[in-house]
Design a protein around this ligand. Structure first.
Ligand SMILES: [Ca+2]
Length: 95
């Protein structure tokens, strides 16, 4: 009579781990060790903390881009004022 370990297969052979989780073969089962930021039976879910961090990072990037754009426009305005002071209003006639 075959015992349970004789008919067991390696469930990790099919590479079922998502998001680079580590699979441990068990008897008729498997266990995942998920990378930081992932959870769930198959490491398929992004943790709420990581969702919040991604949202914060997104807001940070948008803020930086907005600040750089605003600074660039302000610099162009200052350049135009200086050019007008140096060359007069005719500078505006250059296409
Ligand atoms: Ca197994």
């Amino acid at each position: 009579m075959a015992n349970v370990t004789d008919i067991d297969v390696n469930e990790c052979d099919s590479n079922p781990c998502l998001n680079n989780g580590t699979c441990t073969d068990l008897i008729r089962d498997y266990l995942f060790s998920c990378r930081a930021g992932f959870t769930g039976r198959n490491c398929e879910t992004i943790t709420e903390l990581d969702k919040a961090l991604m949202n914060l990072f997104h807001i940070f990037i948008i803020t930086i881009v907005s600040m750089v754009s605003f600074s660039y426009v302000e610099l162009q305005k200052k350049d135009l004022i200086i050019m007008k002071a140096c060359f007069g209003e005719k500078i505006l006639k250059i296409p």
